[in-house]
Design a protein around this ligand. Sequence first.
Ligand code: FAD
Length: 224
Amino acid sequence: MDFDISPTQRQFLDRVTAFMDEHIVPAIPRYEAEMNVLGAERWKVVQVVEELKAKAKAAGLWNFFMPPHSGQTHVDDTFVFEGVQLTNLEYSLIAEQLGKVGFASEVFNCSAPDTGNMEVLMRYGTLAQKERWLRPLMNGEIRSAFLMTEPDVASSDATNIETRIERDGDHYVINGRKWWSSGVGDPRCKVAIVFWCRWTRPASRSSACCRCSAMTTPRTATPR
Ligand SMILES: Cc1cc2nc3c(=O)[nH]c(=O)nc-3n(C[C@H](O)[C@H](O)[C@H](O)COP(=O)(O)OP(=O)(O)OC[C@H]3O[C@@H](n4cnc5c(N)ncnc54)[C@H](O)[C@@H]3O)c2cc1C
């Protein structure tokens, strides 16, 4: 197996490391001070992160994560995703650097669960869904959530999921209880990908699905 670093990977790794040293590490005291002021109201937009996001975007250090198109035909292949779009292997060493500072991933628009959610929207969304959710996520203007884990079942196995979804006229009703939902407390969180199960056990354990749901109603979040 070839573990050499490609020229592309080297170039971005060096630029990210320099940006971390020059802008992100020196901003840690300011970030901590802003978080202290927010206190229990921590689910707010942090100003220093917004300023760093603008700098990283201007420097072309943005959206590293989207792996190249696999060649499959998707529902829509017209949307152009803007960003560096490294392969997973190229991105891996950059992700290692970002992990050194808690808020660094958000600065480069590479934070979970937005990265995975953007990939799902890019691969499987319609053009309308992409314009509504993927574009503002890609631009770092909104946040998203991924709702899989449930309090009553071992949630690492998707076929255990108990949340149900039913069509009701021209919309769907989702019934279930989720927890450990990163990002849902963020005031900019506008979309959630919800995992639900089609069948009641033990009839079948083979059909877990996910669906996008717009976050339009007030919600409560328990800080952790
Ligand atoms: C910081 C943080 C952020 C998170 N953010 C999110 C989020 O945004 N959205 C979200 O949905 N979840 C989130 N989670 C939840 C996390 O993804 C879940 O903890 C995970 O899905 C595992 O589910 P569980 O806790 O129910 O553990 P379980 O499913 O009970 O698994 C516990 C262990 O048992 C093993 N196991 C389970 N069933 C079996 C089996 N049948 N046979 C053998 N081994 C088994 C598993 O492999 C695992 O090692 C977050 C968790 C953390 C800590």
